[in-house]
Design a protein around this ligand. Sequence first.
Ligand code: SF4
Length: 347
Amino acid sequence: MPEQTAYTSAPQSMDELALVREILRLKEEMNAVILAHYYQDSIIQDIADIRGDSYELSRRAREVDADVIVFAGVHFMAETAKILNPGKTVLLPDLNAGCSLAESAPAHLFRRFRAMHPDHLAVTYINCTAEVKALSDIICTSSSAEAILEKIPADIPILFSPDKNLGAYVRNKTGRQMLLWQGVCTVHEQFSEQRIQELRETWPDAEMIAHPECEGAVLRSADFIGSTSAMLRYVEESPTRRFIVATEAGILHQMRKRAPGKEFHAAPPNNGCACNVCDYMKVNTLEKLYLCMRDRGPEIIVPEDLRLRALRPIERMLEMTQGDKEAVHRVLGEIALPYHDSVEGSI
Ligand code: SF4
């Protein structure tokens, strides 16, 4: 059953109110659960049954027992939900909700990258297509990357794709030998060190917290680095009252809800705007959420052979982060190196 929703974003118009009512009615009628990423508009986050970052949403999507998953996030996230829970109808409000990281790694180039380094184990960030997942050994998220790398024997070289900033961050943290795919998140790489420094001078008592998809220079000046969920926990638990937040601005809504009385400022990008938003995430609107439920589409479809090949690397992530030593041993034991492309020509 969906958990109870705390609905705290007041609709701003009669139209919005009507949409919210219809979405809630349709949710009951079609036995649906709405999952929303923290980068969605605040009203969509509040109407959702489950909110989270990519890791939490993957974990929770697998457990959904309703008939329909309505995924307010980007395409690779909804696709991951379908891979993990294939018996459910998975709807995405707008198929154009892409991701610069997923787009940076087309499957045919990633496949060539693997073929060039067959002795490397491929740990791939979840921000990628199902095809790239299927060509990877283990999927990771920003919450789980470091823990997964630490469980892989130190003498095994790693291919890390597609985010070079997250890759460089975990390479520094773990000291591992890693080759990095050169993709970037176009949102996180835009933060302006100079404008962040100006904010720090305005509020010298503030802590600057950053997502590891940010560039190294921004990360080096951060007081705390963590995934979206880790940042949320940090602001709740820290005695600090004021924060400069270097990630997508949608997270500020959750921070204000979870740590009322504290002050949050979006770290500014280098394009003159006050905060940094992901245009891909924001193509989903309340109206499109309603329409996709009314029309039961767009629906995410993943061919079964591809789904099965993409599934195991995602399951390995969940097993390596949630399982015991035996589970980790089992996961590592089933990965055969040197890598052999067993699906030649099918991607
Ligand atoms: S914020 Fe970056 S990584 Fe996340 S969906 Fe947008 S482009 Fe992709």
